[in-house]
Design a protein around this ligand. Sequence first.
Ligand SMILES: O=C(O)C(=O)[C@H](O)CO
Ligand code: MG
Length: 251
Amino acid sequence: MPRFAANLTLLFTELPMLDRFAAAAEAGFEGVEILFPYDIPARDLSRAAISAGLEMVLINTPPPNWAGGPRGFAAQPGLEDRFRRDFDRALRFAQALRARHIHIMAGVAEGEAAQRTFIGNLTWAAERAPHASLTIEPINRTDMPGYFLSDFDLAAEIIGQIGAANLGLQFDAYHAQMITGDMPAAWRRVAAHVRHVQIAGCPGRHEPAGGQIDYPAFFAQLDADGYRGWVSAEYNPERHTETGLGWLRGA
Ligand SMILES: O=C(O)C(=O)[C@H](O)CO
Ligand SMILES: [Mg+2]
């Protein structure tokens, strides 16, 4: 079975952020990710992760204002300086937290200029941080209207074109199902590029149980394909986080 991480931005929100680490460890997770850790001193987050015995798996490059602000800048023509400043900030945080991956957010953009900008910024970032593991993630446009990267084949093509050893795909099975309607087929097409997996039930983005995705089969597929990365629970619990963790105990 894969190693599971809890997304602490979405799970255990019954507790203050620093208390979510111990709750995640207690529940059986071995790692954690935080979408945007920038409001809390990195040393406090790091201490909480270490004392709970958890690995920090992933953070995102910072949009300035997640509650309604831009969804990143990597594909936005003309905002390259902004992207670079944000990326350096994410890098400092990732180093302080010993976070394994940095997810680079493309932002809302479209067209050829956006694609060129995205490729240019990713190429720059991969060279800037040769020891960091960088990911890009297709996100469905129902949840995030206008988000540039919403196509798994395009993401794989861009990763192949850049050809940097430290750039890979973040495969969110929920987004894959929302975008393609056939998550297992999407996995088969792009698995070779995947270095991080996220899960949620579809539809609804709640617990990864029931619904359109057969998660026990997906976990078995990950094992069969030799996937050695993390699987992160990135969903909005329907009720109390703890009461919805049957899927983890059964995995
Ligand atoms: O929305 C998602 O699925 C993500 O993983 C991004 O990091 C944005 O929250
Ligand atoms: Mg995701």
